[in-house]
Design a protein around this ligand. Structure first.
Ligand code: UDX
Ligand code: ADP
Length: 464
């Protein structure tokens, strides 16, 4: 089976970059990325590729090359479904905010809407690929809807979880550790569908890195991978607190531990806490699934990763209050960084949001600078918490266009995202513009202690 037309529903962080790379590598396949969000599609089609809605190093160049050749962005979802042999579902699956499983289970509302739309429109056989992270056995739900509401056409459901990390999405897509494809490999139709997707990736990924499994293993592997990664961060963060008490330095500990080839050196960087759209959501989802099978010990084990992460964010914030003589009321705190990590404009679940919320409850005034995050996003993140009114958020929080402006006359600076440019700042100039004693809290272990102390800062860093 040769795929000629692909439709991708959802033009977000996953759908956009993934389809751009497939389009670049497979010029013979026409790809249409569709979304209900007209503004987002218009941005993907913006003449100036610098205005595409997702910032990822290397992405705009690929979009420029493939767009309007074999990569299209559209709001005409029905037409794209109708034309496609293969449909990727890359819509959002947030944690449920209502009803059963509130705060834990994944909300599959958007996935179900997609399935119903595909069933209504499709007039010939389709391969449907789950790209969004989903709870185990979602494929069955998808198949039920497609088979029961469709026009009698055949569907093959594949699971093809994405493992791309934001900020390195293009590299991760170009040179993946592995591509995982789950399908109904016990039937010849299922095998054929799996092979069709293998053939697409085989345009640029060595075949020994393309792994095929049954659907359930594929779905669960995605949750497992994210749970393991998050667990490493929570493990080193747990040690960071112990380091602060004992005189050990968490960076030294992580180097020493990471040199053990059985442990490995990656993902052992202590921080103010992990963020991002995946880790918390996927672990909560895993906890929910385990509980629903009565596996309470399994559920508790993984929940601890989240509890530790929440503790780390709170600990960082409360340390600021404690250090500033137990009150930050009316004091100006400069935030350097708001994104959940460097090289992305994504702020979902960013630790900065929760640190800010804590300090705002203590009546601090916060002035924020992030090189890629816009003011409206920052206010939206704070408003979403519903801790105080929108008016209060705008009164207590200011967003500015430079690090120097943020730090001027501040009582303290909190570094929340590890943007490279923060290393290169003129820290002496910042020190001189601040109120004294000038406190500097490094939540990312980005800055060198010695030089900052020499300038005169009261310097605090996670895990030392
Ligand atoms: C993650 C997974 O890495 C990716 O495979 C999956 O598909 C989606 O979720 P992402 O959320 O983009 O990707 O970012 P990632 O680089 O994994 O970082 C997540 C969070 O952990 C960030 O807030 C980061 O700052 C933090 N982190 C990461 C640490 O604090 N220390 C580390 O050592 C690594
Ligand atoms: P992710 O990180 O998983 O890619 P995003 O929120 O960045 O998540 O992107 C998901 C996209 O899916 C959003 O742009 C949203 O508008 C889109 N979307 C959600 N439901 C539908 C739907 N039923 N049809 C088309 N697009 C949808």
């Amino acid at each position: 089976m040769k795929i000629k037309n692909i439709c991708c529903i959802g033009a977000g962080y996953v759908g956009g970059p993934t389809m751009a790379v497939i389009a670049q590598k497979c010029p013979e396949i026409d790809i249409t990325v569709v979304d209900i969000n007209e503004k987002r599609i218009a941005a993907w089609n913006d003449e100036n590729v610098d205005n595409i809605p997702i910032y990822e190093p290397g992405l705009s160049e690929i979009v420029e090359e493939a767009r309007d050749r074999n990569l299209f962005f559209s709001t005409d979802i029905d037409a794209a479904i109708d034309k496609a042999d293969m449909i990727f579902i890359s819509v959002n699956t947030p944690t449920k905010t209502y009803g059963i499983g509130k705060g834990m289970a994944a909300d599959l509302k958007y996935i179900e809407l997609c399935a119903r739309q595909i069933a209504r429109v499709a007039k010939d056989d389709k391969i449907v690929v789950e790209k969004s992270t989903l709870p185990v056995r979602t494929a069955q739900a998808l198949k039920d809807i497609l088979d029961n509401t469709g026009n009698g056409v055949n569907y093959q459901i594949l699971s093809n979880p994405e493992f791309l990390a934001e900020g390195t999405a293009v590299d991760d897509l170009m040179d993946p550790d592995r591509v995982l494809i789950g399908g109904d490999i016990d039937t010849s139709e299922g095998e054929e569908a799996v092979q069709a997707l293998v053939d697409i990736y085989a345009h640029w990924v060595p075949e020994d890195r393309i792994l095929t499994t049954n659907v359930w293993s594929s779905e669960l592997s995605k949750l497992t991978a994210n749970a393991f990664l998050a667990q490493r961060v929570s493990s080193i963060n747990a040690m960071s607190e112990l380091c602060e008490k004992t005189g050990a330095d968490v960076n030294e500990v992580s180097i020493a531990v990471g040199m053990d080839s059985r442990i490995g050196s990656k993902f052992l960087k202590s921080s103010v806490g992990f963020g991002g759209s995946c880790f918390q959501k996927d672990i909560l989802n895993l906890v929910y699934i385990a509980k629903s099978f009565g596996l309470n010990e399994v559920a508790d084990y993984w929940e601890q990763v989240i509890i530790m992460n929440d503790h780390q964010k709170k600990r960082f914030a409360s340390n600021i209050v404690k250090t500033l003589y137990n009150t930050v009321s009316g004091k100006k705190i400069a935030f350097l960084g708001w994104a959940f990590k460097k090289d992305t404009n994504d702020t979902r679940e960013s630790a900065a949001i929760y640190v800010a919320d804590y300090l705002l409850n203590e009546q601090a005034e916060i002035v924020i600078y992030d090189p890629k995050v816009r003011a409206e996003q920052i206010y939206a993140d704070l408003d979403y918490l519903n801790t105080r009114t929108e008016e209060e958020n705008r009164k207590q929080v200011k967003v500015v266009n430079s690090a120097y402006e943020a730090c001027e006359e501040a009582h303290a600076v909190a570094l929340l995202t590890e943007w490279d440019e923060f290393k290169e700042l003129d820290w002496k100039k910042i020190y001189e513009s601040m109120l004294k004693p000038a406190f500097l809290f490094d939540g990312r272990r980005l800055l060198e202690r010695k030089t900052k102390e020499k300038i005169g800062f009261e310097f605090y860093a996670i895990g030392s």
